[in-house]
Design a binder for this molecule. Sequence first.
Ligand code: NAD
Ligand code: MG
Length: 395
Amino acid sequence: MSQHSITILGATGTIGLNTLDVISRHEDKFSVHALTANSNAQKLLELCIKFKPAYAVLLDEKASKDFQIGLKDSGLSTKFIFGIEGLIQVASAPEVDVVMAAIVGAAGLRPSLAAANAGKKILLANKETLVMSGGLFMNAVHQGGATLLPIDSEHNAIFQVMPSLNNGSLSSYGIRRILLTASGGPFRNTPKDDLHAVTLSQALKHPNWVMGKKITIDSATLMNKGLEVIEAHWLFNAMPEEIKVVVHPQSVIHSMVEYIDGSILAQLGNPDMRTPIAYALGFPERIESGVGSLDLFEIARLDFEKPDITKFPCLRLAYDALKMGGIAPAVLNAANEIAVEAFINGEIGFMDIPRVIEFTLEVTGHEEVTGLEMLLGTDANARQIARSLIEKIEC
Ligand code: NAD
Ligand code: MG
């Protein structure tokens, strides 16, 4: 493998840091072109001192000032660029081979699209990009000649047992369905009636994975799985009825593909994001990730359950949005981001999250996606509708 130049969008987050951990094991294979963050100037500076990127980008103005002072004192030759234009520049620069798209939420859309248009090898963790703009993004990938490798552990698992992103239908590849595994989150055994009263700290206690706040709350509502259903639709050209969610509390099987002869192929491993990251970084070669062997004797058993969509309406809402098509998944995503933020800020209760999303979907109605500007307008509008409902909810 020759040396590749990589940009890491969202370098200070969980996925960004795991990516840097894997890269630090392969200094001969990767050089860091750029590291980006939203507002954590101190962490970004630490990472710059360690990985010496050519560029660093921040989105927050105050953090940018602090960062530039620190950068000057450090004597590094890293150049600083401010804002979204900086993200787009480092995601599409000619000297970049690989882009790790690990910004959380809709904020990742424009830089991910820029990487696709520029024909990069994109390691996609930012599932919200696909949920919001699946059709636009996949077109940009194809037209830009980009290579798309999924980082989400489920999609990476599917990719490992079905190593080509499909253009045709699943059945044309001899596949019957995709089985997307879900841990069930921290409230798998909580009675439905008790969910109204769950606290933020309870919702942030994921049983198996260490992740950023937003995705941890999404895992507790099962919206994360809903977003992943939509992600699987775009990545693997799978119809909603061909994607089945299976609750598997041990999080050892990361997902499965069922073929028409009845065979089911699964990918297993410790729940550690360095495995899918290393698979995508090295692809098509396998490289060391730092993840140890799965102790099957300690795991001892694998359990499977049906997801309860009456208890977790977010999963149903995501399937509904996928079936509705058009702008519905983008509206679902925007309303979810606003509702999760409001829950984190203590403005609404846990079960208000699906209420806000359902209301926003109903009010918005159906429209086809006609382009990026229209999609960004839809996103802004849905956020406003969701916020207006949140203001009326008394916590
Ligand atoms: P995180 O919150 O830990 O990190 C998010 C990163 O994005 C940070 O570097 C932050 O500075 C940056 N960021 C946040 N808002 C931004 C903005 N407005 N503009 C620019 N940058 C911004 O999140 P995470 O857990 O690393 O997740 C990142 C993405 O990967 C999400 O889309 C998530 O769904 C996906 N993902 C994460 C995991 C996981 O295990 N953490 C697994 C699968 C998929
Ligand atoms: Mg996942």
